[in-house]
Design a protein around this ligand. Structure first.
Ligand SMILES: [Zn+2]
Length: 70
């Protein structure tokens, strides 16, 4: 399981490697460069799925994730 994802800020383009929680989704992330508060895009369960280099651990594991109830 890969738990490190590189987030790219949509506001300033800053990239930052972050460790993802293995059994939870992270809805909010504050850019370390410009302090923009990132939230998941429509259809994504967490900021890592929207802005990271890899999806969050629950999605990697094929587990139905918190944001997908449809
Ligand atoms: Zn930023």
């Amino acid at each position: 399981m890969e738990t490190v994802s590189v987030l790219t800020c949509p506001e300033c383009g800053h990239t930052q490697a972050e460790t993802m929680p293995e059994n939870a989704c992270q809805w909010f992330y504050e850019c370390t460069a410009c302090a923009a508060l990132l939230t998941p895009l429509a259809g994504d369960c967490c900021v890592f799925c929207s802005y990271g280099t890899r999806p969050c651990p629950p999605v990697q594991a094929g587990i139905k994730c918190c944001g997908d109830w449809s």
